[in-house]
Design a protein around this ligand. Structure first.
Ligand SMILES: Cc1cc2nc3c(=O)[nH]c(=O)nc-3n(C[C@H](O)[C@H](O)[C@H](O)COP(=O)(O)O)c2cc1C
Length: 395
């Protein structure tokens, strides 16, 4: 009932961990996966190790928090080792196939489909392309952070506020992802030919003589662009990302920047003075962003499909007339309970991410929301998540 799909990858439920919260080590991400999330997004990382800003980096405000961590990370070569240890278990046959060589991918047994998403950042398309080439074999999806409101050195929102740069970054990342697949398949074929020429072919199993069985991928790793709400028109940026070839969009990164001042000292509290706002206060803005982008991406399809009609039995979207964008939206911003998730789905999200609320509710939030969402669906005669996606666009 809770299953959904993004970029052709099935998810056991629509709940994912957002980038930056509990996403710095494989063990914390595995804890989140074990707690009921269908997938995790890592903390954003780039080529080199970075320390980020000095403490304090986070401060509580009404309705959420402001953070300026500064995208601290151990750099791609160190972080790759963490990625390999994530207990993802992507069972999608023929899409992003199971890595038969990786024991970690079998650890989840019957727990369902668990995916890992790498969040990467850089200051230009070449850096993004390099990072994609480094990590695409270890994850199911790559999320491009072109949206952090407090990133250093021309990264984050400095890219995401420029539609041309967004398009270039996505295009370069897509190309790198396709090249990574070609290389993996080429290497796999070489391995198979070597086996054959070593006269081991008689002994190897039928399966291992297939090049695809030698690699974790049978298609390139999807590229998702995570956008900033801190622009005049988020639809323009979303369309640029789609033109660049994005396989999906994540909406939204933290809002602002915002600021809090200590009235005893008169000093700004964060060492960076300002940072990104997250938590329940930003949810209405995130919902509006998802609604607007869904509407824009589906406009042409809607015009062609002669508008939505209501089914006779209920006022659910009539499936045969339903218009859908080819690229899915992942909604994020202020989710604290199942009602928030319903709002995001209705606005047009296919899945959601949860960040700040974990700090208040703990990792149990994933299983709690999954249970409550299933009850809501039953009570409201929804048989699938798909029926709820874009429900608010019915008129
Ligand atoms: C402490 C903290 C660190 C974050 N780090 C990242 C990051 O590394 N990359 C990124 O794309 N977003 C980052 N975010 C933004 C979140 O992924 C999310 O987009 C935002 O917080 C809104 O969702 P929420 O209200 O559920 O937290 C961070 C947010 C917080 C609170």
């Amino acid at each position: 009932m809770l299953e959904t799909e993004i970029c052709g990858i099935k998810l056991e439920n629509p709940l994912l961990l957002a980038a930056g919260v509990m996403g710095s080590t494989a063990s914390s991400m595995n804890w989140v996966l074990d707690s009921g999330a269908a997938g995790v997004v890592t903390k954003s990382f780039s080529t080199e190790p970075t320390h980020g800003y000095k403490n304090p980096t986070t401060v509580q405000v009404e309705g959420g928090i402001i953070n300026a961590i500064g995208l601290s990370s151990p750099g791609v070569s160190n972080f790759k080792e963490e990625l390999k240890l994530i207990n993802r278990n992507n069972r999608n046959n023929g899409i992003n196939g199971i890595n038969s060589n990786n024991a970690n991918n079998r650890n989840n047994g019957n727990k369902g489909n668990k995916i890992a998403i790498a969040s990467i950042y850089g200051s230009n398309p070449e850096v993004f392309a390099y990072l994609v080439s480094q990590v695409s074999e270890f994850v199911d999806i790559i999320e491009l952070n072109v949206s952090c409101p407090h990133a250093m050195g021309g990264c984050g929102a400095a890219i995401g506020q420029d539609p041309n740069l967004v398009q270039e970054v996505v295009k370069a990342s897509k190309k790198a992802s396709e090249e990574a697949l070609e290389e993996a398949l080429e290497n796999a074929s070489k391995e198979v030919s070597e086996e054959v020429s070593n006269e081991l072919s008689r002994d190897v199993s039928k399966n291992s003589s297939n090049p695809i069985s030698k690699t974790s991928k049978t298609s390139n790793t999807p590229i998702i662009a995570k956008l900033t709400p801190n622009v005049t028109d988020i639809v323009e940026i979303a369309i640029s990302a789609e033109k660049g070839g994005a396989d999906g969009l994540t909406l939204i990164n933290s809002l602002g920047p915002g600021m809090k001042i200590d009235i005893k000292t008169g000093n700004p509290i964060l060492s960076n003075k300002f940072g990104g706002m997250s938590g329940p206060a930003i949810k209405p803005i995130a919902i509006r962003c998802v609604f607007d982008v869904f509407n824009a991406l589906n406009k042409s399809k809607r015009n062609n499909s002669n508008k939505l009609t209501k089914s006779n039995k209920s006022n659910k979207l009539n499936k045969s007339n339903k218009y859908r964008s080819n690229i899915p939206i992942i909604g994020v911003g202020g989710i604290a309970n199942y009602k928030d998730v319903v709002e995001f789905l209705y606005a047009g999200a296919n899945a959601v991410q949860i960040g700040t609320s974990i700090m208040y509710e703990g990792v149990e939030i994933f299983s709690k929301i999954a249970t409550d969402l299933a009850i809501f669906m039953k009570n409201n005669n929804f048989e699938s998540i798909d029926e709820m996606v874009g429900y608010s666009h019915k008129d």
